[in-house]
Design a protein around this ligand. Structure first.
Ligand SMILES: [Zn+2]
Ligand SMILES: [Zn+2]
Length: 214
């Protein structure tokens, strides 16, 4: 296992500086690795992390675990909490870890040289005992792991928008296939389709006549 110092150096490189939440992300990952008896960082897909917020914490998690979004080993479910669940995908054993609210104040006891509260958290979080830093839960996932992971290699097309859907993320209703957006779970309003003009790299509305030579 790499030292916390090395993990934080790698995390800070990605994050451009070191901050307290990266320390939390790194330490919760190391704790989860220990509890699940999984060597970190992972080079395989055995560990799945579901982080409950984006931002600083996640950079600490990535540096410590080797899990990342591109590897499909890290998901963000944005509940706005500095918490994460670590899942051994072989056993489905799942550990959820969240910093204790008291940890922020307790950090100062472990960082006597800190010049302010931020520094106290930055240094204190690195050395505080786990029992003071985190609340830990064993959790059961409320949907099958296979559903969370999706089915790599699957491909289909939405009946409404005709866009391709991968990984088995389609919604099937009475035998009809829809993407999440067309099934009503969308995050944008589609307005005007744009046409890319290769020559001058401009974008033209498909609803207006295309300029000559485009
Ligand atoms: Zn940060
Ligand atoms: Zn669709």
């Amino acid at each position: 296992m790499r030292s916390l110092e090395l993990i934080l150096r790698q995390s800070a490189e990605r994050h451009k500086h070191l901050c307290p939440r990266q320390v939390l992300g790194a330490r919760m990952s190391l704790l989860a690795g220990e509890m699940l008896e999984l060597e970190l960082p992972r080079l395989d897909k055995r560990l799945l992390v579901i982080a409950e917020t984006d931002g600083c914490t996640v950079d600490g998690i990535i540096a410590a675990t080797g899990c990342h979004v591109g590897g499909r080993t890290l998901r963000i479910l944005d509940f706005g909490k500095v918490a994460a669940t670590f899942i051994d995908t072989h056993t489905e054993e799942s550990i959820r870890i969240i910093p204790r609210r008291e940890a922020r104040a307790l950090a100062a006891d472990y960082a006597p040289d800190a010049r302010n509260e931020w520094e106290a958290m930055l240094f204190g979080y690195q050395v505080m005992p786990v029992s003071e830093l985190f609340s830990i839960q064993r959790v059961n996932l409320n949907m099958p792991l296979s559903k969370i992971l999706g089915r790599a290699g699957m491909k289909t097309v939405c009946e409404i928008c005709k866009e391709e859907i991968i990984n088995g993320r389609e919604i099937v209703n009475r035998g009809r296939i829809f993407c999440r957006a067309c099934a009503g779970d969308n995050y944008f309003d589609a307005s005007v389709a744009l046409h890319v003009c290769e020559d001058d790299a401009s974008y033209t509305s498909m609803d207006t006549p295309l300029p000559l030579g485009c």
